[in-house]
Design a protein around this ligand. Sequence first.
Ligand SMILES: *Cc1c(COP(=O)(O)O)cnc(C)c1O
Length: 398
Amino acid sequence: MANSTLPALLGGKPLFDPPIPITRPTLPPPEELLDSLQEILSTGMLTTGKYVRELEARVAEYLGVPYAVAVSSCTSGLMLVLRAYGLVGEVLLPSFTFPVTGHVALWNQLEPHFVDIDPQTFNMDPHLVEQALGPKTAAILGVHIYGNPSYPTELEEIARRHGVKLVFDAAHGLGATYRGRKVGSFGDAEVFSLSPTKLVVAGEGGIVATRDEELARLIRIGRDYANPGNYDTEYAGMNARMPEMNAALGLKTLEMLDENVKRRNRLVGLYRDGLGQLPGLRFQVIDEEADTTYKDFGMLTDSGAFGLSRDELAVALEAEGVITRKYYSPPLHRQRAYAAYKERYDGRLPVTEEVAGQVLCLPLFSHMEMGSVEAICEAVTRVHHHQERVREYLAQNK
Ligand SMILES: *Cc1c(COP(=O)(O)O)cnc(C)c1O
């Protein structure tokens, strides 16, 4: 075989030099922000002012919900929502998620109760959620994994029937829809992240979206130490305010959201076309009635059929200059912060274990070139074609 087709790991030329990152924020040209920066700095109104109010209004309008409250991050937004509702007891949540989903329960002295996921959608299986509900359940905390809506109407129905709160960690979900409704309009509250790896970027930031007027009020004061204005604080709030400069950037990237969601869907279409015929690879399934944001593109690698394990593929791709991530491995119940739960969930979350053991996220960002996706597909293909030598090489160079 010609040397040009040899994987970089075996001495071929890397397909990307410099490497292609797993993600990059898609930002407006700097000159588009100069006017707002000038206004913010010259007025001295640096936090929760006119730009924050405008961002809140635009997001509320975009989602079709009455209240959107800007906060400093998705983490602080979720912490405040759980605190404002005064929840006590257990929260049902996936273990296959970003650590924060569990951390916000721990910060509120709520007991995490992990529920297994569906092997196709990677989201919590609503039937298992229903089975996990018990007398101590205070809330369901769903996560739209990679932007794929997490059975929002099914979970709404379950939460209503059992009289528990339904909150979504919607960090990936801004721009997604389910049955024609925007993600952000489901449950009691949904919380978005505007951090650099998400689609709408404010630098750092979060948005709490809700139809619950009292919750919106509690978050508004909660982000400001829960000081209603007279320093007779109403509960243990914090500083979770969004700076004006962040809001100005968030407004610009919000304008690009729908176009960026479309672009990511097109890029993933190319990935699926380019990788779909290789054995042992499969992709997250998006419900026919759902539209996802593709915050990430997660692929499962069955080592038996593909010829290489997920970890072997990741090393071979890194040699090609293709940076990947194993979102979300290890799952929460296998992390040190959750050591107290490890034994309890050992063997109880088989799908989570399987997906976490096989998942590999490939580079994806809104302004990525179509040609880069094609080159990454080529990298995966040539690594697969040379699987025996790649395995041997990795066994010898451990
Ligand atoms: C990024 C992320 C968060 C944290 O968002 P911050 O804005 O950084 O606090 C929470 N949950 C999920 C699923 C995330 O991906």
